[in-house]
Ligand binder design. Structure first.
Ligand code: GRG
Length: 298
């Protein structure tokens, strides 16, 4: 895969922050902390914290009054929420998957009760983390509101997941499909860049521009995920490929076919990138990250 040049550097900063923010594996009771760590350190790409950091960088660049750790820690909180969603999504009651990021899913490695509780604990830790990010109190509250809405039921991740389950084995139209994708996946990606822009001290009109960028790139990300589920092997994806078709899920390839899905992902990415034009070189990294998200093969 063609990773942006700063990818590894950002990943190192994020890994170090995650390590610092998570309770150690020896903290009582050790089983839950080992389980949380197993999933958080199972090899995720760290796209959401990276989007948060790089969105912050557009505005905070050269401004010493903005603490870069705020965006890193807000991004880590989002990574905790993302990890909880994957753990719960893999459970027998939801997707019933044995493989995630090329490793046994948490309920396979530990047990179902631990997986449910580790997901709950990561969601809770996310908000504890957000309550302490080093920004002014008003920005902190705006970041918390943004992320909690994105993870919730009204146009957020849980709402999108419910609609996704209810759409299985049923004919869906483009409007329902866009609701599912924008809520289930795009909302948290959009919240990552919006939270980053707030941490970086962006003005309200800039936050709204970044929000439009995040909505479109997050939507494109899920369309690409649908495409990869058809085009790539389980080995390449590190999870069971072809499940969308087997479960008769609502996806872009199922509704429109692969060529149109590729075109649509490209169109969404173009719409997203247009929002960054006015930032010229200050948005180079965020632009490169967005391009990586739609060109990735896993
Ligand atoms: C169970 C509350 C609850 C929500 C589940 C997000 C989600 C809703 C389910 C996870 C499965 C899924 C189809 C997610 C869509 C988002 C997506 C493509 C996740 C994979 O994100 P990456 O590629 O994963 O960033 P890594 O492994 O790199 O962290």
């Amino acid at each position: 895969m063609n990773y942006p040049s700063f990818f590894e550097h950002d990943q190192r900063l994020i890994e170090a922050a995650l390590e610092r923010l998570l309770p150690s594996a020896e903290t009582q009771p050790p089983s839950i902390h080992q389980a949380m760590r197993y999933s958080v350190f199972a090899g995720g790409k760290r796209i959401r914290p990276m989007l948060c950091m790089e969105a912050s960088g557009i505005f905070a660049h050269g401004d010493s009054s903005h603490e870069p750790n705020a965006a890193i820690e807000a991004g880590c909180a989002i990574e905790f929420i993302h990890t909880y969603s994957l753990i719960h999504d893999d459970l027998p009651a939801l997707d019933n998957d044995d493989l995630r990021r090329g490793k046994p899913t948490l309920h396979k490695k530990f047990n179902e009760a631990t997986a449910i509780l580790a997901g709950d604990a990561l969601l809770t830790l996310a908000f504890e983390t957000l309550s302490k990010i080093p920004t002014g109190a008003e920005s902190r509250v705006r970041v918390i509101r943004e992320i909690s809405q994105a993870a919730g039921t009204v146009n957020g991740m849980v709402g999108g997941q419910v609609a996704d389950i209810e759409a299985e084995r049923k004919p869906v139209n483009a409007e329902t499909l866009s609701y599912i994708h924008r809520s289930k996946t795009a909302a948290l990606i959009r919240a990552s860049v919006v939270a980053g822009s707030i941490c970086g001290g962006a003005k309200p009109e800039d936050v709204e521009r970044v929000r439009r960028f995040g909505d479109n790139i997050g939507w494109a990300f899920q369309v690409v995920d649908d495409i990869l589920d058809v085009e790539e092997s389980s080995a390449a994806l590190g999870k069971t490929a072809g499940k969308d078709e087997a479960q008769q899920k609502a996806t872009y390839p199922a509704l429109f076919g692969l060529p149109k899905s590729h075109e649509f992902a490209k169109e969404l990415a173009t719409r997203a990138l247009r929002e960054l034009d006015c930032y010229a070189d200050r948005a180079t990294r965020l632009r490169e990250l967005a391009e990586f998200l739609v060109l990735r093969r896993a």
